[in-house]
Ligand binder design. Sequence first.
Ligand code: PA5
Length: 440
Amino acid sequence: MSNIRVNIDDALGTVSERAVEAMATEVRNSVRTLVEGTGEGNDFLGWIHLPEEIDNSLIDDINATAARLRSECEVVVVVGIGGSYLGAKAVIEAMTNPFEETKPRVVFAGHNISEDYLAQLQQYLEGKQFGVIVISKSGTTTEPAIAFRLLKAQLEAAAGKEAAARRIVAITDAKRGALRTLADNEGYTTYVIPDNVGGRFSVLTPVGLLPIAVAGLDIKALVEGARARQQAMLAGSDKSAEVYATTRNALYRSGKKIEILVNFNPRLHYFGEWWKQLYGESEGKDHKGIYPASVDFSTDLHSMGQWIQEGERTIFETVISVANVDHELRIPTDAENLDGLNFLAGKRVDEVNKMAELGTRLAHVDGGVPNIQVTIDRIDEANLGALIYFFEAACGISGYILGVNPFNQPGVEAYKRNMFALLAKPGYEAETAAIRERIG
Ligand code: PA5
């Protein structure tokens, strides 16, 4: 099984071991609430057993669709926002050489409403064979709907309606929503997002699996990594998610309101973005919740490092530590040694990075920033699958410890209401009148 080790030694001190232990009953109750499905949001717990329930025929089917898109397309555009894109983006970024031209190239759209972004994307796609994977659980989200309208029109104009329909795959609800109706009408290949799996917990459904497979990655290994972690956690032999959830809540109660997810490997940048959505949308409710932030070190040690070392003491760090990297690169000797770095000659770059990691941890702990270390063996599909499941499980437990419903997101509706009112969407007449009066 892919190993995940959680070390809280450098968090203790800010919170005592006794304070963490005192939460034991509360934590046990939260785990029970989650696993037995007796808490708020219990109609969205499908992700708990998902890795075990994904059968090989679905994986084979997804791989076959991916192979078709890979052979027919130079570019595949994945259209989605929030949970409908971040998981796939995180895994693809972690597993792809950023300097290599890939075929197909997987790009993303529908996660913003930027005219510049969409126009530049359309320019880039001009003259290229491209396909589209459009993902929306509700089937009504504005950002992906706008992007999809544009891309569908472009593809149909370039390839003809029939060929375009072959190169569009829709991932949405089994029965409901505008995207389901459109996909059925147009005869697109479709995959279903299970009713009981919310967007930010959906990376191990076709939402994440199809784009990841199109990028040429091993989705079977990803699912198996998650499955092993699921089995160990549900059997009670793996307590890592509980330890992490407990410690971050103990820190929160001691005044540490901001958690910074740290990586020392840029491959994990988007994993941080996925994590921020998972925790931010799950926990930020009822005027409560740890604010999830993320940094890439050592890059951001030259920007945010100063704030973290000496700014307001309301933060703690969770470092995703990677034990082994995939390449071996040694620092060369230089005859002139003008940079004075010959003392490093012959050492691996990763050894220097590891010392930067250790040195940073010690400095930040000395500066009053508690540290949780989450170590994985290496960055590969199996470990990423395990890490995804670990953070999802910890998020469910943590939300219940905090006393919120971790599986809804009522707060994201507020901006939509205003946007629709400002744009005079039919049905919003009263809101339009009210907001126009407000802004004058
Ligand atoms: O976690 C969530 O539920 C959200 O972030 C959604 O994934 C996001 O809003 C996109 O929704 P949809 O897939 O319905 O377009």
